[in-house]
Ligand binder design. Sequence first.
Ligand SMILES: NC(=O)c1ccc[n+]([C@@H]2O[C@H](COP(=O)([O-])OP(=O)(O)OC[C@H]3O[C@@H](n4cnc5c(N)ncnc54)[C@H](OP(=O)(O)O)[C@@H]3O)[C@@H](O)[C@H]2O)c1
Length: 220
Amino acid sequence: MYIPLFVIPMKKISIIGIGNVGRGLGEIWLEKGHEIRYDLRNEQNPAFLKLKEKYPFKVHGRPVNEVSDYSDILVLAVPYSSIEEIIPQLGDLSNKIIIDCANPVQPKLAGLSVGLSTSAAEEIARLAPKAHVVKAFNSVGMGNLNNLIFNGITADAFLCGDDERSKSVVGELAKDLGFNVVDVGPLTQARYLEPLAMLWISMAYQQGYGQEIAFKLLTK
Ligand SMILES: NC(=O)c1ccc[n+]([C@@H]2O[C@H](COP(=O)([O-])OP(=O)(O)OC[C@H]3O[C@@H](n4cnc5c(N)ncnc54)[C@H](OP(=O)(O)O)[C@@H]3O)[C@@H](O)[C@H]2O)c1
């Protein structure tokens, strides 16, 4: 009988949305042994049905609804413009870890709709004051998740938040995805992480660098 030498502790993760971000993160976390429940507008979503077929016992789905005791970790993988509508539907978020990937990008990539004196992440924390919001996975295109090594260098996941334990949980999930983790400080740092994502977006889509790019913190 095969006995693994070590086992990654399995986590149950709720993901709201199954677009580029929800599907990308979910697929790799499933490969790593975690269990995912998707909260969806449409349970017949083809990406969801495909994942459900591949991992019948590890993927669950249901309409966006109150978070139950299913998971303490919740990923908002939806457009920022929908968040004000979604958060009240999630019920009691006390002590839940909310991973916020959203970038408040204006239509036609015309810039950010929120910024500098606040951030999408801080606005989410205001809507869910009893939760622990961690900003993460917002500053790299999800198309890179299947290979985060760039010419031998591992891409960084920059994350910020006010609760150290929550950041450590999200940091472990980031390592499962293959990132090197850089904790950039408290949640107010999202004011700078969101413009960093806007820089990624404009470089990838408007300045000709393409999507296979990522940012890296160099230290001496
Ligand atoms: N794409 C990237 O590479 C990337 C990278 C970093 C961060 N982000 C950020 O991550 C977020 C998600 O991006 P994405 O590319 O995954 O977007 P996407 O492909 O457009 O997917 C958005 C998902 O949100 C769901 N949704 C939209 N409005 C909703 C509502 N009112 N209630 C419930 N679900 C709703 C959609 O549901 P339906 O399937 O029913 O339409 C879809 O599943 C955005 O804020 C984006 O700025 C994106």
